[in-house]
Design a protein around this ligand. Structure first.
Ligand code: C5P
Length: 398
């Protein structure tokens, strides 16, 4: 999506087996439009060579404070001039200790000390090194100093042990860096989102549901979290990974979704109902599987509560956003829903444009009229919707 277009990144690589993941990270940054300059510590260069990073980034890779290629011998300053961030991945226990104490005895640590840009580190080490109180103290100090610490993860380690200390995967780090650069337009806001379908059981193996992949709701949760909000996502049965930093509550039926939302709603500033909630549920679900008979069957269904309408009708409602998926007359139906449910904002889309796919074409309907967005990947659409919500709720951007 070229989200890092125009960004200048210094990628620091210290000594750890996870250095091989840094090569993939460099590739992801470059592919997404960033200019990347790699700086390796001496031990980092023992795991992956500077030539690898030079080839992947198209820029010289640096290791030496006294490198004669820098005409004024100011590599420790020049390499971060104009940088948007330094990302150290992997960051070894030793390197974190150096950073925490302001030591500068090689090119990378000197660049970090002399920087005028954000510093992001991705720790990677053996689990006992990570758990050591000295490392924990150093990480705490770095966080207090404003350094962004991503990970580590828990799992199998190259040394054969299992525990905390694995570096996050390159794709996860890439996503975090993209999120880091998003404007924090909803900082301090609490956002509650419903997503996916609901499933209304008829018997243990059958039920009523709606077609919904959950992709749009999950993209909105991610975009809201990227914008600095604290996000709770109430998700129906979908196979979507939880966006980083989002707290997720899984539900199955509309009644469960309703209960989960009602438990959370008093603590939210913004409520976005993206879920395709089943309008009806079987009145009498049965415990045993219904046997096939050669005659028509009657099933009585009863209406489910309208979660969004109920939230919007609270005495002090959060800022409520609804979705309207229609197959024709989009503006008429979507605006009708907005009026009926008394919502400040409705996002309308034609089902043929968005259902199940990775991109969507939506129109935003509010008191000022219709704002059509161009067709785009769902995450891009979600970011635009979050920007619009931030504007409408008067949240200040960074
Ligand atoms: O009325 P309709 O179902 O088309 O409205 C769609 C909007 O209302 C969506 O935002 C959806 O999440 C929400 N909704 C809800 N509870 C329902 C039905 C719809 O929250 N029972």
């Amino acid at each position: 999506m070229a989200e890092l277009n125009g960004k200048n990144l210094v990628l620091g690589v210290t000594g750890g087996i996870a250095a091989y993941k840094a090569a993939e990270l460099a590739r992801l940054f470059v592919k997404d439009g960033a200019k990347v300059v790699a700086v390796l510590t001496e031990s980092g260069a023992r795991f992956v060579t500077p030539a690898t990073f030079q080839a992947l980034t198209g820029n010289p890779a640096w290791t030496d404070l006294w490198d004669a290629r820098m005409p004024d011998n100011m590599a420790h300053i020049d390499l971060t001039r104009g940088a948007d961030a330094i990302m150290v991945a992997p960051a070894s226990a030793d390197f974190l200790a150096k950073l925490a104490h302001g030591l500068a005895d090689d090119l990378l640590s000197t660049l970090c000390l002399a920087r005028d840009c954000p510093l992001i580190v991705a720790p990677a080490m053996n689990r006992q090194m990570w758990e050591n109180p000295a490392t924990q103290r150093n990480v705490k100090r770095l966080v207090e100093d404003g350094v962004i610490v991503l990970g580590p993860d828990s799992g199998e380690q190259a040394c054969g042990e299992t525990g905390m200390g694995r570096m996050l995967e390159a794709a996860g780090l890439f996503e975090e860096v993209v999120a880091f650069f998003q404007p924090k337009r909803l900082a301090g806001r609490r956002v509650l989102i419903t997503a996916g379908p609901t499933f209304e059981a008829l018997d243990p193996v059958r039920g009523l549901t709606n077609l919904s992949s959950g992709k749009m709701g999950f993209a909105l949760a991610r975009a809201a979290a990227e914008a600095g909000a604290s996000v709770t996502l109430v998700a129906g049965p979908v196979a979507q990974p939880t966006p980083r930093g989002v707290s997720r509550i899984d539900v199955v039926s509309a009644l469960e979704m309703h209960a989960a939302v009602m438990r959370q709603v008093a603590d939210c500033d913004i409520f976005i109902g993206v879920a395709a909630v089943a309008d009806y549920r079987p009145a009498r679900p049965v415990a045993d599987k219904i046997k096939k008979e050669d005659k028509p069957m009657e099933i009585t269904i009863e209406p489910n509560p309208d979660i969004l309408a109920e939230v919007a009708a609270r005495p002090q409602p959060p800022f409520c956003v609804g979705f309207a998926a229609e197959n024709r007359d989009l503006e008429k139906y979507a605006e009708g829903k907005r009026q009926k449910k008394k919502l400040p904002l409705v996002i309308g889309n034609l089902v043929q444009d968005g259902l199940g796919g990775d991109s969507n074409t939506v129109a935003l309907l509010d008191d000022r009229g219709r704002h059509q967005l161009a067709p785009a990947p769902k995450l891009e659409v979600a970011r635009a919707i979050i920007g619009h919500i931030a504007q409408m709720t008067g949240a200040r951007g960074k």
